[in-house]
Design a protein. Structure first.
Length: 267
């Protein structure tokens, strides 16, 4: 097991990410990936492997949070399973292929992509931008194409694709509550496929690390997942009495700052 200081740090990080997820209904990839990258580097892991390990571990943590989110939304009938199922093949294909490509890409390029992507996410969250609904009917080919795009992009930034999925579903005239619930189901597909993909692509790379399975750091995943699950409950309780619009902007700014910090780490 890692030293006690790392365990305490993982607990604090999990509590932060879980609380923010419960408070705002958002994934914590924008916060988790840059901080885990720094932690793994301080532990002596090479810079080239640290970001891949951070991405894989973050996606593994997302499996737990996505499952809890699905249960909450499904109990209220807010998941459109037909659309989630229609997008699933594309999500699985896009997510798995992207993880295999990412394992062979220079970490600096991934850091650049992550920063630009999180800047886009931060802008969308800050200004609450949503596309205008379309009059075009939903088709299976369209769902698969959308799933492929969302899955491909999401695993490169370790996000559940929530804002992308919600934007797409809103574009297809799904009401906001159902769009959010359905995006949770989509996030689970992304998290599972991305985790498996990073696990497979990193098996040889991290074979000398007794705490890693591929690009998944097992102690970090276990501790962060437990802490975030507990903290998410308290975040959800607090969400009713706080101004979400302001909090979303704060979350967006923090995510962007941390992402830029990770980019500067390479240059």
């Amino acid at each position: 097991m890692p030293d006690i200081e790392w365990i305490l740090l993982y607990l604090a990080l999990g509590a932060l990410v879980g609380f923010m997820a419960g408070l705002l209904g958002l994934g914590g990839g924008g916060i988790l990936v840059p901080l885990l990258t720094s932690i793994f580097t301080y532990q002596g892991i090479s810079v080239d492997n640290a970001i891949h390990l951070a991405l894989g571990t973050s996606l593994a943590c997302m499996i737990i949070s996505s499952t809890a989110s699905i249960c909450a939304h499904a109990s209220r009938g807010a998941v459109v399973w037909q659309m989630a199922g229609g997008m699933a093949p594309g999500i699985i294909l896009g997510a798995f292929v992207s993880t295999q490509i990412a394992a062979n890409v220079n970490s600096a390029y991934i850091a650049i992509f992550f920063t630009l992507f999180m800047a886009f996410v931060a802008g969308q969250m800050f200004f609450n931008w949503q596309p205008k609904p379309s009059s075009e009917p939903v088709t299976w080919s369209g769902l698969i194409a959308a799933g492929t795009g969302i899955g491909s992009v999401s695993v490169l930034a370790a996000v559940g694709g929530g804002f992308l999925a919600v934007a797409y579903l809103g574009y297809k005239n799904v009401n906001i509550k159902s769009a959010i619930g359905t995006s949770a189901a989509i996030g689970l597909f992304i998290a599972i496929t991305g985790t498996v993909g990073y696990m497979i692509s990193g098996l040889l790379v991290t074979s000398s690390n007794p705490y890693a399975i591929g690009f998944i750091d097992v102690p970090a995943f276990s501790i962060i997942a437990i802490a975030s699950t507990i903290a998410a409950f308290y975040g959800a309780r607090c969400s009713h009495g706080l101004p979400k619009a302001c909090l979303r902007k704060i979350f967006a700014v923090i995510s962007l700052i941390l992402s830029i910090k990770m980019l500067l780490f390479w240059f």
